[in-house]
Design a protein around this ligand. Sequence first.
Ligand SMILES: [Zn+2]
Length: 357
Amino acid sequence: MRIFSGFGSLRVQSGSEEVQLKNNTDCNAHHGDPDCLERPCNLCDSIEFDVLSTTGRDGGFLRTVICKQCGLVWSDPFPIDPEKFYAQDYWVENKGAYNPKAKNIYRSAKVAIDRYRKISRHIAGRKNVLDIGSGGGEFAYLLSRVGFNVHGIEPNAGYGSYSKQTYGLEVDIGFTKDIDFKDRKFDFITLWHVLEHTDDPHAVISKIHDWSSDDGLLVVEVPNIEAVCQSPKNTFHADHLFNFNLETLSLLLEKAGFSTIDRIVSKDGGNITVIAKKHHGSQKPDSFAIKGNYEKIRDIVNNHTNLSHFLSMNPYARLLRKIPKLIQETSISNKPVDGKQILDTYYRQEIEKSQQG
Ligand SMILES: [Zn+2]
């Protein structure tokens, strides 16, 4: 097995055989070379892998590999440069503009309330919250209105600035690796659909460990690689560099010094949420191999075919769930809007509840 890396001179031990890492310009994985790997597993450092898929959601070439030791799934080679992609292109491509329309704000507000309810029993009694990947600021603003001190981090300057100006939020524009809080600590940190977009999830969670207060809690939600609610062709996205199931996500947090205290799977199975607490000392797991996890994920992905999908209730249930949302949204104007006014109205019930409690 050959291992390739952008860093040139690294060497990796593969069983008894030592492999020379080469510059990734030598790597033919872009053309489907099955033996070529750009980076070792981010969770267990193994280089034993299998190819899960070579096609992305858009039908183009996207090679997705799975670690045979732990079951972590990632795009190899990375199809995008995340620094460039998220700093500039992401929001424009996905939302069409830097200034969200009413429709987008309503959608994000509903998601923000769902997220808040999901974590309400864990966040109760906490004070200083860090929301990483705060986007347009809807979730951070909800937390600030129900009584928390909230700080956001957002790599996209357009959305970060919008959330600062519109909602008066405190937001750092940049990636976690560029931010320095010095001695400032947070007792609750959230990453909603962020970790799958990063190029080094272990480094991100390790940095978050430094930012957490002694008994700090961390919430991480990502798409579930075991999900079968989506059409099979939509399983692999070019902008999801890593894919997790509950086992790999929990172990990644444990590797960086957190203990899992709660695990939630969304009703449709599409998303997984792990809530973990910071710990000190030598509680890290001895091994990062997860027995049977590679086989389990491989079988779920391979058995999720077009036929199995359309014979299941999933596509129809998904459509039914979308109809009320579409009806509601067609009645919403597309004119420029006052985001703060929308959120204050939409969040009123949660705000009143927090004032009573
Ligand atoms: Zn692994």
